[in-house]
Design a protein around this ligand. Structure first.
Ligand code: G16
Length: 537
């Protein structure tokens, strides 16, 4: 380690005095002007991780669903998964180190994690479309270079595309070619193959409107359109040409407000979807003939994909372990439908795709989705091998065809992380193959009315939770109050948790009617305000 160069560059990327940040649900997030030192230091950390794992590591500069003024950074581990928890702690430690502590902390990480500094390091970097992202990604490259790491800057890419690149590089092309063209080719080939047998008419007319949240999804979908040819005709709205990123649009806005984004004209029963700011989340929706808005969120997506996969597995005669992973935000109706009607095991994990991903890895096939539209499907190596073998060797025509469809589904899914583009193609393929309209998909089950609210408190860390965030253990008295309030409503459930991406406490409530869900969410918010140090109104 060249100590003098490190000291020189670290001064150029100085930490604002007194600033303390934590590696949260999906990395560091805050106002962009407070992130320069974090980016530089995450460049340093990525090099250490890369040297330790002797593998390519990813650094994505994005604040995803947050407002345009925010930014953030997520680190990506060798198989395209989120950074390991122990290294999240190192990240927080490094981020908050004062100047003079930087070197001792780097040395301590090297020692604790047995990092051999003689090893090579290779980092791939990507960024979203925020005005601050380019400069911040240059601070990452400064950090990488100071520790002698090599890098490739992919520039503007979606977060899931960068996860894909990391996995491709570390599997030496086994997962795909590590270029954006490689990504488009892999997904579009699988999509075209999978939808070959679709009988529904989707010959070139617009069949899906996409709200791109004025973010990176628009750029990447435009690039991808020519690969899909007539296979899927989409119309891109909120493509960044005029509106502000995530402002009154995007998957988070639509999910939280349960209403359409601005800038998207919806005809009755027309299929629409929204991406978020870095295109790792997707939700679908439509308005019916009476003008009522219907949201098909991550729970409905998980149910559709699970139904499809279960049917194919049955047809192929494959007996593989299968489970769906949700979070506390999953609508009660979706959980009942999966458990009772579909007879599928359901597990609840803490918010954050890293937790769901981890749980999903325990099964041959693990479908995981957060209600906010963040999710994917994981296939174990053994399951994948079985399916690919059957797709080639099976003598029974029907079984072989089902195995081939499963194989194309595997190739269409981005197994590294939730991916709005890949998820959209999977959903579109399933709807086409099953000849389902969006109201028919919606009718699989009826959501319990629900409401999400945010409460500002002085320090959201006063709230600690247990039971996959379904119960609060601190501050004292809060859970008792929530229980007492919940008892007053039918089919009711409520919980609170500190956000890991915004400086707020999130409140979720569901009940038999929208009025009651709203009332319960409001009352729980008041309890948070009173018992957890609420600030402002
Ligand atoms: C991130 C995480 C998601 C999480 C969301 C909200 O999404 O990747 O898993 O659900 O934040 O987290 P919280 O409620 O802790 O703020 P994104 O799309 O913003 O990266």
């Amino acid at each position: 380690m060249d100590v003098e160069t490190l000291a020189k560059y670290s001064k150029l990327h100085a930490k604002p005095p007194g600033l303390s940040l934590q590696y949260g649900t999906a990395g560091f997030r805050t106002k962009a002007e407070n992130l320069d030192h974090i980016m530089f230091r995450m460049g340093l950390l990525a090099v250490l991780r890369s040297k330790q794992k002797k593998a390519t590591i990813g650094v994505m500069v994005t604040a995803s669903h947050n407002p345009e003024e925010d930014n953030g950074v997520k680190l990506i581990d060798p198989l395209g998964e989120m950074l390991a928890p122990a290294w999240e702690e190192h990240a927080t430690c490094l981020a908050n180190a004062e100047e003079k502590e930087l070197l001792p902390i780097l040395n301590a990480i090297c020692q604790k994690e047995a990092v051999d500094l003689q090893n090579d390091a290779f980092i791939v970097i990507g960024r979203d479309t925020r005005p601050s992202s380019k400069k911040l990604s240059q601070s990452v490259t400064d950090g990488v270079s100071v520790l002698g790491g090599q890098y490739q800057d992919y520039g503007l890419v979606t977060t899931p595309q960068l996860h894909y690149m990391v996995c491709c590089r570390n599997t030496h092309g086994g997962y795909g070619t590590a270029t954006v063209e490689g990504y488009y080719q892999k997904l579009s080939k699988a999509f075209v193959e999978l939808t070959k047998q679709a009988t529904s008419q989707r010959d070139g007319h617009i069949c899906l409107k996409i709200d791109c949240a004025n973010g990176i999804g628009a750029l990447k979908l435009k690039e991808m359109e020519r690969y899909l040819l007539a296979g899927l005709a989409v119309r891109l709205e909120n493509d960044g040409t005029k509106g502000k990123l995530n402002h009154n649009c995007g998957a988070d806005f639509v999910k939280v407000h349960q209403k359409p984004p601005v800038g998207l004209e919806m005809k009755p029963n027309e299929r629409c979807c929204s991406f978020d700011g870095d295109a790792d989340r997707i939700v679908y929706y439509y308005t019916d003939a009476t003008g009522q808005f219907h949201l098909l969120d991550g729970d409905k997506i998980a149910t559709l994909i699970s139904t499809f996969l279960k049917e194919l597995l049955d047809k192929a005669g494959q007996t593989l372990t299968f489970a769906v992973i949700q979070t506390a935000y999953a609508n009660g109706s979706s959980t009942s439908y999966l458990k009772e009607t579909m007879k599928v095991p359901v597990h609840c994990a803490k918010t954050g795709v890293k937790h769901l991903h981890h749980k999903a890895q325990e099964f041959d096939i693990g479908v995981y989705f957060e209600a906010n539209g963040h999710g994917t499907v994981l296939f174990s190596k053994a399951a994948e091998d079985k399916i690919r073998h059957q797709a080639k060797e099976e003598k029974d025509n029907l079984k072989r065809e089902a195995a081939k469809m499963l194989e194309n589904t595997i190739d269409l899914i981005n197994q590294t992380v939730g991916d709005a583009i890949s998820d959209m193609l999977v959903i579109e393929a399933i709807l086409a193959l099953k000849n389902l309209t969006i109201p028919q998909w919606d009718a699989m089950y009826t959501d319990l009315p629900n409401r999400q609210l945010k409460v500002k408190v002085a320090d959201r860390r006063v709230i600690n939770t247990t039971d996959a965030e379904r119960r609060a253990v601190t501050p004292p008295g809060l859970q008792e109050k929530i229980d007492e309030l919940t008892k007053q409503f039918r089919l009711a459930r409520a919980f609170v948790r500190p956000s890991g991406t915004e400086d707020v406490v999130r409140v979720y409530a569901e009940a038999d009617t929208q009025k009651n869900a709203d009332k319960l969410a409001h009352q729980v918010s008041l309890a948070v305000h009173q018992l957890a140090g609420g600030v402002g109104e």
